[in-house]
Design a protein. Sequence first.
Length: 166
Amino acid sequence: MVKRLTKAALLTALALILFTVEAQIPPVVPIPGVKLGLANIVTVYAMFAMTPWEALAILLVRIFLGSVFAGSMSAILYSLSGGLLCWLVMLPLRKLLTEKQLWVASVFGAIFHNVGQTLAAMAILQTASVAVYLPILLLSGVVTGLFTGLCAQFALRRLQKLTGTK
């Protein structure tokens, strides 16, 4: 129990570090919501290396603390809607996909993360006009999801070799 809690705490800290580092990088594309999502590497890794509930706890703590650290509590609704939808999509995929297909779960997770954030924006702003960004967000979700998924897949394999676990 202590070992699992320690691992979850370390992964949460790593996700917060990645979130903070990414916040310092200027946007590459001037479209709201398009970003690399480095902290999602940890979420995807946790979905396959730990229980789904531990991954959810890491995700929720990272979203809350990341919003506090960034000083943007209003962004918590966007992060929560995207993060929870991402987690819900990856939940069945973790049973269907192998560790060599972890990147596939990440791509789907990233796509649905963008869908969740767009739905949140539509609800908060009370307009469907923000959906005009969705095609670009979906395309960026495929690209960033592939990148973060491959990073998570690489980390999972390397850590399994280091620890001697499957």
